[in-house]
Write a protein that binds this ligand. Structure first.
Ligand SMILES: Cc1cc2nc3c(=O)[nH]c(=O)nc-3n(C[C@H](O)[C@H](O)[C@H](O)COP(=O)(O)OP(=O)(O)OC[C@H]3O[C@@H](n4cnc5c(N)ncnc54)[C@H](O)[C@@H]3O)c2cc1C
Length: 626
């Protein structure tokens, strides 16, 4: 039994997208973009708007237009446990990286899904579309010294440029129809941004329960203040019900341009450099592997690295740009000693709580065990792009820490934090980050931990057939932990070593402990409490702070927002790219992906990445007057 979606797309994919490995190598490109993912495709689309500019994109994954697993919102991601296939953990779509065993999590290994398909992670993500509070972007200007172009105000036109926004039909308890919300959004951009038109039985009572314990509804979370509970936007086209992502919204609409070529199923292994000219270290082209054979494509102007925060550092290191000790140990010739590359890895750690929901309460689990319902919903989706198959997570709530812990707990946590940080050796960038974080958390005006609720089970524990569940989630938005990603092999197909160092700073564990406790309290509040049979995971056996701490350390996962590994910051702070996204010390290499974000922001990161890539395209266009 299960939904009737076809498990795999059976159509024939173009073997390539109008090019092949050998002819791509012979083409003259002004820009070679490494990675046809979220940011890379935005950049390629914008640069190739000018027919005189030639752009070549190299992507490791396949081109899968019209794939229902990618397109159908509920299909590949939320219902990953159903018999309709899954995007995550499926090598056709996912690099399926894993972290090293986490020291503070008793050796737990964290799964790191990353999109490996045209569209990158935007093809496999959960489609939540959020904008952070102004302070998070203003920090890029002030704290990281990138200038006013990188601030909330400087980025605003780019957020709008990305979007075709449709206002919400449904409203949550406490939500007003705020005209200011429309002013925050664009109406002519490639990505369709909309809101759920279908809810299960648990979202509205969850929001009402949060309201009843002092968390108001935010009617305009995109207006510079992300905090409190809100109906979140999502990257779904309301007319077709399909995921709107870099693959279909950007690349597919530009596929006919003769000056844009995308080579799929090709893995970039290194950038080639020349040091002989007077311009310093100049990228001359890149090497890529197709079918075991290495090809070289030359570049006229620039190499744009857009392989994502976990792969761009690997490509730089394989090319001789990185920490000289790591490179020399692997026998790689050092082109540029750059120890900050791959450092400063940050992410949003998360813990989950599963609750059993009463039998007559609708959750998405019904799609899994009730064939009549799932057939009905499939027909509804196919005919009107609506219903359960069109669902994405709707409830988000970045809460200031002070809303979830009392002032004496906050003070105790804060003094422990200060004591921990005092014992640490900090890099220049950490020093300014920690000072900014301390002042942000003390202000009580920034989201520190985010709640969300998923109307299905099997997320934290295995769902029994025929039963209904909800999973509520506590996400830490501004952790102090800093990890790294580095190579330990010269083989470009071997995944780099990923160590997010989750919860090594005790404060980060305390935030998740108190966040999880708050989530339990939320679920024990009416009206959501009346719909629940009880807590399954971790169960009411877990009560004391120590028991919660032990649970959290077995249950941490990533929210899939790794960033910061090629941080945009001044050179004095140890930044890797400058405000034009150029790698310091290299004449013509830029990074345009999540790696440039210097510090975690208080929301999911995709809309920020799209906006950043739009801005990057403008910067490059103005550099060359194109
Ligand atoms: C499972 C999941 C759920 C998420 N949910 C959300 C959400 O709901 N909301 C939100 O805002 N964000 C979400 N995110 C985060 C967001 O989608 C990503 O942060 C964002 O898409 C990353 O964009 P990017 O351009 O940095 O990298 P990517 O989009 O990952 O692009 C990198 C591309 O480079 C390619 N590549 C890498 N190495 C090579 C190589 N050597 N040669 C050739 N090609 C290469 C990859 O295959 C990929 O296509 C989620 C992410 C994941 C993985």
């Amino acid at each position: 039994a299960g939904a009737t979606l076809q498990p795999q797309y059976n159509g024939s994919y173009p073997a390539s997208t109008g090019t092949d490995a050998a002819s791509f190598a012979k083409t003259k490109f002004d820009f070679v973009v490494v990675g046809g993912g979220t940011a890379g495709l935005v950049f390629a689309y914008r640069l190739s708007e000018n027919p005189k500019v030639s752009v070549g994109v190299i992507e490791a994954g396949q081109y899968r237009p019209d794939d229902p697993l990618i397109g159908t919102p509920t299909a590949g991601n939320l219902l990953g446990n159903a018999d309709i296939g899954t995007l995550l953990g499926n090598p056709t779509y996912d690099w399926m990286f894993q972290s090293v065993p986490q020291t503070a999590l008793n050796g737990l290994v964290i799964d790191y899904p990353r999109g490996k398909v045209v569209g990158g992670s935007s093809a496999i993500n959960s489609m939540i579309w959020q904008r952070a509070s102004d302070v998070d972007y203003d920090n890029w200007n002030t704290v990281f010294q990138n200038g006013p172009g990188w601030s909330a105000q400087g980025l605003e036109p780019y957020f709008k440029r990305v979007e075709s926004w449709t206002e919400p039909e449904l409203l949550f308890p406490g939500q007003q129809r705020d005209p200011a919300l429309a002013n925050e959004h664009g109406t002519n951009g490639p990505i369709s941004v909309s809101y759920d038109t279908f809810l299960t039985d648990i979202e509205v009572p969850s929001v009402a329960a949060a309201n009843s314990i002092g968390i108001p509804t935010n009617s305009n979370p995109d207006g510079g203040n992300e905090t409190f509970i809100a109906l979140t936007a999502r990257s779904v086209d309301p007319k077709t019900g399909l995921r709107s992502y870099a693959g279909n919204a950007y690349y597919q609409t530009a596929i006919g341009r003769p000056n844009l070529k995308l080579l799929s199923q090709a893995v970039v292994s290194k950038i080639n450099f020349s040091k002989s000219g007077k311009s310093g270290i100049v990228a001359t082209g890149v090497n890529y592997i197709v079918g075991g054979k290495t090809y070289t494509v030359n570049v006229e102007k620039e190499v744009i690295l857009a392989a994502g925060s976990l792969k761009t550092p690997q490509i730089l290191e394989l090319s001789g740009v990185g920490n000289k000790t790591i490179l020399s140990n692997l026998g790689i010739d050092v082109v540029l000693d750059f120890p900050q590359i791959g450092e400063n890895l940050q992410d949003h750690p998360v813990t989950l709580l599963d609750f059993k929901v009463k039998d007559d309460v609708l959750t998405l689990d019904r799609l899994n065990y009730n064939q009549t319902y799932s057939f009905e919903q499939q027909v509804l989706y196919n005919t009107s792009a609506s219903g359960a198959m069109s669902y994405t997570e709707a409830v988000v709530g970045p809460l200031p820490l002070q809303k979830t812990v009392d002032s004496s707990t906050f003070d105790a946590m804060f003094s422990n934090l200060t004591a921990t940080l005092a014992t640490q050796q900090q890099t220049p960038i950490q020093k300014v980050q920690y000072a900014a974080l301390e002042s942000m958390v003390k202000s009580g005006a920034v989201g520190w931990f985010e709640l969300t609720v998923v109307p299905s089970g099997g997320v934290a524990s295995t769902a029994a057939n025929g039963s209904n569940y909800l999973t509520s989630v506590a996400i830490e938005l501004h952790p102090f932990g800093r990890g790294y990603v580095h190579i330990n092999s010269t083989d470009p197909t071997v995944q780099p070593v990923i160590d997010p160092k989750f919860l090594e700073i005790p404060w980060d564990a305390e935030v998740l402990v108190h966040g999880s406790q708050w989530v339990r309290k939320w679920m024990q509040s009416e009206p959501i409490a009346g719909l629940l049979e009880g807590e399954i995971t971790p169960s009411l056996n877990v009560q004391s702070d120590e028991e919660w701490d032990a649970y959290v350390r077995t249950a941490v996962r990533t929210t899939n927002h790794p960033l910061g590994t090629t941080a945009m910051a001044s050179r004095a702070l140890g930044g890797v790219v400058d405000p034009n996204l150029k790698v310091y010390g290299l004449a013509n290499v830029r990074v345009v992906d999540a790696g440039i974000i210097p510090m975690t922001i208080g929301v999911a990161i995709q809309s920020t990445i799209y906006a950043m890539a739009e801005k990057a395209a403008d910067l490059v266009k103005s550099t060359y007057g194109i």
